[in-house]
Design a protein around this ligand. Sequence first.
Ligand code: SF4
Length: 280
Amino acid sequence: MSSSESSEQKQYFSTELLSWYRRHKRDLPWRRSRNPYHIWVSEIMLQQTRVDTVIPYFNRFMDKFPTVAALAEAPEDEVLKAWEGLGYYSRARNLQSAVREVQERYGGVVPDTKEEVASLKGVGPYTTGAILSIAYNKPEPAVDGNVMRVLSRYFLIEDDIMKGSTRVSMEKLAQELIPEEAAGDFNQGLMELGALVCTPKSPSCLTCPVMAHCAGRAAGMEESLPVKTKAKPPRPERRYAVVIEGAAEHAGRVLIRQRPAEGLLARLWELPHAAVPTAP
Ligand code: SF4
């Protein structure tokens, strides 16, 4: 990462982004309180999933499991049922086991230190930063792909965002940008800018609150940043699935099996299937 980011450029970014966010932020259900449990659940749901999809799930989930204690005590099947359709079910399982830990170890209160939050199952550096900054207003960065895109463009950083070292330097930069006493709003502003304005394709630079000092835009590179090496393409696999229907007293039933406890789609139910043999 270059060290050319001037303090004026940083100061401008922090001030303008914060004031834009406070004027334009979307009214989302998890923004109506600073309840750390609500923030935590919303952040887990929002991983890999669009805001519009998450809203009804979040509302239903909170009706059903309104507190840490309620989620900790719920049977796993009920939690997975409430998650049905959101995908990536390990998120729900990890969330529940971490919530159980919070219930047992911290008396149901989500902890407020980096070490404790980061040690919870399924809570990575981004979610740790989001919980600490939004719920507790602690100056912790919350850097995900969206945030790296915005920072790469604004500061014209050409480092590959798929590299761990780039994430570390982006976190350091994001931390320097957090204004005192406004960590939660600033981090949410950064996420909001990435979601609404500095979008992956065709960013809306003309309505962007920080365009005046955006180095990527000035260089005409807003569409080509961030630099991102391509992930390996998925490996296609062909499998036969069988449908075995019951007869006599089992009529109307279909044979399904449960997947192993670890790995892809762990413990979910499926039709029996086997790989299609390849020609010798
Ligand atoms: S000016 Fe354009 S490229 Fe720069 S931060 Fe704003 S939307 Fe992104």
